[in-house]
Write a protein that binds this ligand. Structure first.
Ligand code: NAD
Length: 388
């Protein structure tokens, strides 16, 4: 196995967890150093027994100290575009966290850069693509056994502690995170686009901030057993102390409907303060139905005209981070891709399409009107062709 020298831009919790999964799955890795003035991920790296290497003044100093076999970008979302461009200029392979970028303009500019064909290999951390249950969902749709996909509904519901973390962490601000949906469910919309086999044609959405807001009176701050609520872990970079009194300007719940060009109709429901956690995709095809429970890591599938028990697949792995072994699976995929053994399961173009889909949904929510996506895809296609 090859030894990999790694440089990190943004050594937060996420990159530390990914590095830990890489080590766990047998990577021979050396973290040469990191650019991050307040590296939130250091304790996680220490727990995994990984030396973080040198602290560099900034990404320019880090990148000048190559060569690196991999540059890993785990900064807040608003910095991805600049950090990607800096890493492109240095020409080292890149692993960058999702969402790939945060705005329409950044998406088109990045598409134009990729069109030039000079960028180094770029792998985006849309980790659900590596989950065994998600691979099975995609394989079953591709096999044709569900027939043409007609309609689906999907959810992502977070428990109060997770919602409160988002309301205190940098994700609470559009300027840093983009939006609640962009940060949290670009994963899901990446998979939905993949199984639809087409892009969204029209989207509509409603959302708001009705949970974590300062004017809510008498919010209980303890659980039924007396333990403190809304207190999960340090909020990190630019963190706020109080989930209800912060300067949050992103939504805390949102619903969306989407019509794909293929005809598939989708409804999506997301809430960041629920007592019954859920991430579930219900996919109805002309010839069969599939239900993927991503929290319990279970799949159920049955042909439409079959009254016997549905086929059930129970994936053994369940972990408290709800990634259910996905990080380890992605670490294996990343190594295989870097070593040229097989393609990474998601491309930068897929990642840009997933981001743009969610941005169109957010635009529909902000403007309170249905958005026709055709002009967005026309602009994207121009950019992919190196024009515009
Ligand atoms: N794929 C997934 O499942 C998943 C899960 C969590 C987070 N993420 C993504 O990972 C990224 C990081 O999220 P996180 O949860 O680790 O956040 P975090 O707050 O734990 O870490 C962000 C880090 O970036 C650092 N930073 C801030 N400004 C910087 C700069 N100018 N240069 C370098 N570093 C800088 C901060 O000091 C912090 O250490 C985000 O893009 C997020 O969307 C992905």
């Amino acid at each position: 196995m090859n030894h990999h020298r790694i440089g990190v831009i943004g050594l937060g919790q996420r990159i530390a967890h990914v590095l830990a999964a890489m080590k766990e799955t047998g990577w021979m890795l050396e973290v040469a150093g990191y650019a991050d003035a307040s590296p939130v991920g250091l304790p996680i790296l220490a727990g995994a027994g990984i030396d973080p290497g040198r602290a560099y003044a900034d990404e320019a100093a880090l990148l000048a100290d190559g060569p690196f076999d991999l540059v890993m970008i785990g900064s807040p979302n608003h910095l991805h575009f600049d950090h990607l461009n800096a890493a492109f200029a240095a020409s080292f392979p890149i692993f960058a966290e999702k969402p790939i970028v945060r705005t329409f303009a950044e998406s088109y500019a990045l598409a134009r850069t990729l069109a030039a064909g000079t960028a180094p290999p770029l792998f985006i951390g849309l980790v659900m693509r590596s989950m065994p249950i998600v691979r099975e969902v995609i394989a079953r749709v591709d096999s044709g056994e569900l027939g043409e996909l007609i309609s689906m509904d999907a959810t992502e519901h977070l428990p109060p502690e997770h919602g409160a973390y988002l309301a205190r962490n940098w994700r609470r601000r559009q300027d840093w995170g983009g939006s609640f949906m962009l940060d949290k469910v670009c994963h899901d919309f990446d998979i939905f686009g993949r199984i639809a086999g087409s892009r969204p044609a029209q989207v509509a959405s409603f959302g708001g901030r009705r949970i974590f807001r300062p004017d809510r009176a008498d919010v209980p701050l303890t659980y039924e057993d007396g333990s403190a609520a809304y207190a999960l872990r340090d909020a990190g970079w630019m963190g706020a102390n109080d989930a209800f009194q912060s300067d949050m300007d992103v939504d805390d719940h949102q619903v969306a409907i989407v019509r794909y060009e293929s005809g598939l109709a989708l409804s999506f429901h997301s809430n960041s303060h629920v007592a019954l956690q859920e991430r579930r995709w219900y996919i109805a095809g002309a010839n069969g139905t599939m239900l993927a429970d991503l929290v319990r890591n279970r799949l159920m599938i049955r042909p439409a005209l079959d009254r016997r028990k549905p086929e059930r697949i129970d994936y053994a792995t369940r972990t408290s981070d709800n990634h259910n072994g996905a990080d380890q699976a992605m670490a294996i995929d990343l190594l295989a891709a870097l070593d040229g053994e097989r393609a990474f399961p998601v491309t930068p173009r897929d990642s840009l399409e997933a981001g743009l889909t969610v941005m169109a949904i957010d635009e529909a929510s902000a403007t309170r009107r249905m958005v026709d996506c055709a002009p967005m895809w026309a602009a994207f296609d121009e950019a992919l062709a190196g024009r515009g």
